[in-house]
Design a protein around this ligand. Sequence first.
Ligand SMILES: [Zn+2]
Ligand SMILES: [Zn+2]
Length: 268
Amino acid sequence: MKVDYHMHTTRCGHAVGTMDEYVRQAIKLGLPEIGFSDHLPLSPAPEGTWSCDWAMQEKELPEYREEIVRLQTKYPQITIKTGIEADYFPESIEKTKSLLANYQWDYVLGSVHHIGPWPIDSSVYLDEFDKRDLYKTYEIYFSLVIAAAQTGLYDIMAHLDVIKKYGHRPSEDLSSLYNDLALELKKANVAAELNTSGFRKVAAEIYPAPPLIQKLVEAGVPLTLGSDSHAPTEVGMDFAKALELLNKFGVKEIATFTARKRQMVPLK
Ligand SMILES: [Zn+2]
Ligand SMILES: [Zn+2]
């Protein structure tokens, strides 16, 4: 079975298309299960955070959830899960916790988009890379992903190496960073996402990089699939390439979630 657990909606302010169109595209592709995972409200993002207004408003949350229920009734031929993508801000973890606790989710995607106030995957602040040591920046980024996983707030860690989005790659060998990350995710009992949106970015590579996927597999971290689609045509995009990688690394099952309970299901 294949799933697409990472789909956005217009509520985040930078996606297009109706939710119906995302669902219809998934049906057209023959996906048996999908999940919406729009951005949990960031408002207020921690003080001093550089401009980032890509999340839905708090008042939109109930309607977001109702819409998914409506879609599930309208399209019984596909399973539609209620997910959410929640940023990890070390400073406002209690706020995140209380927002998440208001609703029953099928799964929560954990995302690190910031190092301190800096949104690392924003094209507006790419200069910041030039001011920092790249390897050190990767090290800090991965340590934040680990810290996020350790909070226990998240079921799936999203786009593990999105820091490479605009092509910033250290020349150093990353295998010890990859190794630590994989072992810590295993210890934290979270799943990791193969996110195909990396293929569509400057990085032109899946998140995470294949050598990191290999470490995750070796460590026994459960994997799942997401397109990070911000348009209906992006649903399930490049899944053939992701499946090829899973096959290459001998992965036979993927993680699915219902009411935050993980279940491994055979890929075929
Ligand atoms: Zn994200
Ligand atoms: Zn996303």
